[in-house]
Each structure stands twice: as structure tokens, then as C-alpha cells.
Design a protein around this ligand. Structure first.
Ligand SMILES: CC(C)(COP(=O)(O)OP(=O)(O)OC[C@H]1O[C@@H](n2cnc3c(N)ncnc32)[C@H](O)[C@@H]1OP(=O)(O)O)[C@@H](O)C(=O)NCCC(=O)NCCS
Length: 148
């Protein structure tokens, strides 16, 4: 999570030290409105990333989603899609949420394709929403409804 090639794509604050990483990890179990899951290889031997539901709102039936595969050798091999299908099934059919959204920085073409492959549609653009690598960038909002 300290690799700029990865973190340039992430909107959230990133832990920068081992202590901060461990504090972040310990905090996850107490989160009432979010769940983070590990993405592991099919043989179960390697933890390659995380996928999460955030800001879960049971009244409105909404949540945001985010994925990061930190082991770059595993990009483009279907792990992200597989993990998102499991997460969407959990969100829609276990938690009974009805709407998921995800924000993607405009230059992250891979993630925009990934969102659409998983059934999200482009809903709008947040102009100059994030500051990354010395410049402001738009972010796209993608959304998926349960009935879709
Ligand atoms: C974005 C990310 C989660 C996608 O997961 P992944 O396992 O690499 O993606 P998949 O192999 O499941 O591919 C899903 C789709 O993404 C798109 N995609 C994958 N690699 C791509 C590439 N190099 N260029 C463009 N699109 C690409 C394709 O549409 C692909 O579908 P297809 O194989 O049918 O063509 C992962 O690459 C990642 O963690 N990247 C770094 C962090 C990040 O950007 N997170 C998202 C922040 S919003």
C-alpha cells in the first residue's frame, strides 16, 4: 500500500508506516458500516489484495465498493472480477442492499473497464475531484442496481 504505482489509483488515505498499517487493520473489525475482505489466490496460499463495502446504509440500501490488488503480477487475471461478483452477491443477496457505487479516477482506464465488466454503469463525473501526481483529476461515479 506504499507503492505509488498502486496508490495513485486510490482515493482513500493510505497508511504510510507499519504501525499505521497495523492500526488500520485492527480497526477494521470494529467498523459498523463497512466490511473488508481479503482476495486470495485460488489455492488460498497468497493474499494479493482487498475488496470492501464501505459506508453501508441499511435505510437507503446503499454502499460504496473498492478493490485493490496490490500484487501487480496478478492484475488482469480475473481475480478482481471474481472478487467483485462474490462481493455483489453478498451485498445484494445477503445484506439486501440495492445500490452500489464506486468512484474511479479518470485516468484509471483499467478500473473503469473493470467496473463496467462487473455491471456498473457510468452515472456521472466529479470534476477535479482528486489531487494526484501534482494535478487535479476528474473522478467517474459508477453505479450498479440490484435489479440490473
Ligand atoms: C482495478 C483492478 C481491481 C481490476 O482487477 P483485475 O483482476 O486486474 O481485473 P480483471 O482481470 O478481473 O479484468 C476485468 C476487466 O478489467 C479490464 N482490464 C483488465 N486489465 C486491463 C488493462 N491492462 N487495460 C485496460 N483494461 C483492463 C478489462 O475490461 C477486463 O475485462 P476482460 O478481461 O473481459 O477484458 C486491479 O487491476 C487493481 O487492483 N488495480 C490497482 C488498484 C486500482 O486501480 N483499484 C481500483 C480503484 S477504483
Amino acid at each position: 500500500m506504499n507503492d505509488p504505482e498502486i496508490t495513485q489509483f486510490l482515493i482513500v488515505d493510505i497508511p504510510t508506516s507499519r504501525d499505521e498499517e497495523e492500526a488500520w487493520f485492527d480497526k477494521q473489525k470494529d467498523r459498523a458500516n463497512g466490511k473488508i475482505f481479503a482476495i486470495v489466490t485460488l489455492d488460498g496460499n497468497r493474499h494479493i489484495g482487498n475488496i470492501g463495502l464501505h459506508t453501508i446504509d441499511h435505510k437507503h440500501g446503499t454502499a460504496t465498493t473498492g478493490t485493490v490488488i496490490g500484487e501487480k503480477d496478478y492484475w488482469g487475471k480475473g481475480y478482481g472480477t471474481d472478487a467483485k461478483m462474490v462481493l455483489m452477491n453478498y451485498a445484494f443477496n445477503v445484506l439486501n442492499l440495492r445500490r452500489l457505487t464506486s468512484e474511479v479516477i479518470a485516468f484509471n482506464g483499467r478500473s473503469a473497464n473493470y467496473a463496467q465488466k462487473c455491471g456498473y454503469v457510468l452515472e456521472g463525473t466529479l470534476r477535479q475531484h482528486v489531487y494526484v501526481n501534482g494535478a487535479y483529476h476528474d473522478a467517474f461515479v459508477f453505479g450498479a442496481l440490484k435489479e440490473e
